[in-house]
Write a protein that binds this ligand. Structure first.
Ligand SMILES: [Zn+2]
Ligand SMILES: [Zn+2]
Length: 341
């Protein structure tokens, strides 16, 4: 299992995050936001295989590249079409679907599911290509307590942020991996076999004992002796938000120990007035969050276009003074060791 990620877009331009999660049996693809020119950098087959599209919010720099995604997937029947976003997702996306003429697709049933994430509930609806997306079908309201998807191999969580409007942050987590300690297995004189699948399952009441090699074993006892649990990888995506001390504490708890945090750092350290006025983070605020959450690595995105390229490195160094394990996306080619021009 592993998580692979690519920040899309360039410094000072629109950005998005593309994540591939490999479970060993399957690869899941997630896209977070779709600013101008972001989706186009992915191959057609890759776009067609995106399982879920998540929007943080609908400012134009986060949705202006949506058509490049929809152009490739609008008639997709190979898998469910699922989009998530803030409370206005239903209205915004339904309008977006209807922003084209669809007379040639009459009768082609392709459902597009929209999930609007409210503070305590998720409102689920869908529209259908067959009627040119004219009708919006509200199917149901689900309870929301922080988790959007809870699959056997991974989970996806959402957190509400203040960006003047609601913005949603996301966390993708692999489930812990359970491995068999081969040395412990040998020391018990046991051979691997299908019985290992039994002890890899969670304990159940009244489990029958396991008989092997003329000996009787308690399944729970074998679990404790043989199983090793290693935490899965995780990646968080935060863009865009205003920081407060209260929120930093709350986010640090939610992002605790994340392998990677991909986070906006729109403004430089001293431009706090601009950051507050526009509901964004400064470099220092992004760094303090990464430090307090104890993440493995911080990747900075969403730089303001007010800064010239010679300030990008200075902004990165402001971050690294607080949280050294920080960088820009690799393809930006702005390395931390570079001298400030
Ligand atoms: Zn925004
Ligand atoms: Zn933005």
């Amino acid at each position: 299992m592993s998580i692979e990620y690519h920040v899309l877009g360039l410094p000072g331009r629109d950005n998005a995050l593309f994540v591939r999660l490999h479970t060993g049996q399957a690869t899941h693809r997630f896209l977070f936001d779709s600013g101008q020119g972001c989706v186009d950098t992915l191959g057609r087959a890759e776009i067609q295989a995106i399982d879920h599209l998540f929007f943080s919010h609908f400012h134009i720099d986060h949705i202006s590249g949506f058509d490049a995604f929809f152009r490739t997937t609008y008639h997709r029947t190979s898998q469910p079409n699922v989009i998530w976003g803030p409370p206005e997702a239903t209205e915004v996306l339904h309008a977006r679907f209807r922003g084209f003429t669809w007379n040639l697709q009459e009768g082609m049933t392709v459902h597009w599911h929209i999930h609007a994430i409210h503070p305590d509930s998720i409102e689920r609806s869908y529209a259908d290509l067959a009627d040119g997306f004219t009708q919006l079908h509200l199917n149901r309201t689900l309870p929301f307590e922080g988790t959007l998807l809870d699959e056997p191999a991974f989970s996806i969580e959402a957190v509400h942020l203040d960006h003047g409007i609601v913005s949603i942050g996301y966390v993708v987590r692999e489930k812990p991996r359970v491995n068999v300690d081969t040395e412990a297995l040998a020391s018990l004189g046991l051979e691997p076999g299908p019985w290992l699948q039994i002890i890899k399952r969670p304990a159940a009441p009244h489990e029958p004992p396991l008989a092997m090699g003329g000996r009787i074993f308690d399944a729970n006892d074998l679990r404790q002796r043989l199983l090793q649990e290693t935490p899965g990888e995780s990646i968080a995506y935060l863009s865009d938000l205003l920081m407060t001390d209260e929120l930093r504490g709350r986010l640090a708890e939610r992002m605790r120990g994340c392998t990677t945090l991909v986070c906006e750092a729109t403004y430089r350290r001293d431009d706090t007035g601009l950051a507050e006025r526009n509901f964004h983070l400064t470099s220092k605020q992004a760094a303090e969050l990464a430090r307090d959450a104890g993440v493995g690595h911080l990747v900075l995105i969403h730089l303001s276009d007010r800064y010239k390229p010679d300030e990008w490195l200075a902004l990165l160094q402001e971050v690294r003074e607080v949280f050294p394990a920080a960088s820009y996306p690799e393809h930006w080619n702005i390395a931390a060791g570079d001298a400030i021009p």
